[in-house]
Design a protein around this ligand. Structure first.
Ligand code: 5GP
Ligand code: ZN
Length: 142
């Protein structure tokens, strides 16, 4: 298994630093976040070191997707929150701090203080169809 010497999550995989593990298999491991936003906040990561969605193997993502559904349902069953948020930050500009792909699973409640910060003027004006078509084409052709 290819891990990265200095990566904190690779150290968890190698057993060099402790973690509270929910489950693991050959490809991935789920463990509790050390600074939980809420009780039950955990992370799902591949055992092989990938930085984020930009470099991960598609087969590994497929496996993570199946295990993510399972983990999300388990968190929901265990804590009975009002909802469960799945988040992946890809790159520092998106808020990624640990450069080893990880998917957050965060129990949420209507009255919790966890918020996405939307830009000012957000939703004042709906996008023009032409603008949306242009963006969709740009992504499709990238
Ligand atoms: P990011 O901001 O990169 O999406 O999130 C990184 C997450 O990893 C944070 O929620 C942070 O609390 C968690 N984290 C950082 N270092 C450790 C650690 O050593 N152990 C565990 N379990 N979680 C960590
Ligand atoms: Zn790593």
């Amino acid at each position: 298994m290819s891990t990265n010497e200095d990566c904190i999550f690779c150290k968890i995989i190698r057993g060099e630093i402790p973690a509270s593990v929910v489950f693991e298999d050959d490809v991935c491991i789920a463990f509790m976040d050390i600074f939980p936003v809420k009780e039950g906040h955990c992370l799902l990561i591949p055992k092989k070191h990938y930085t984020n969605m930009f470099d991960v193997d598609p087969d590994v993502v497929a496996h993570l997707g199946r295990q993510l559904a399972e983990l999300t349902r388990k968190v929901n069953a265990a804590f009975r929150p009002d909802g469960v948020l799945n988040i992946v930050a890809n790159g520092s500009g998106a808020g990624q701090e640990v450069p080893h792909l990880h998917i957050h699973v965060v129990p949420r409640n209507h009255d919790d203080e966890f918020r996405f910060q939307f830009p000012k003027n957000y939703r004042e004006k709906m996008a023009e169809r032409e603008e949306l078509e242009r963006a969709a084409r740009k992504i499709a052709e990238a």
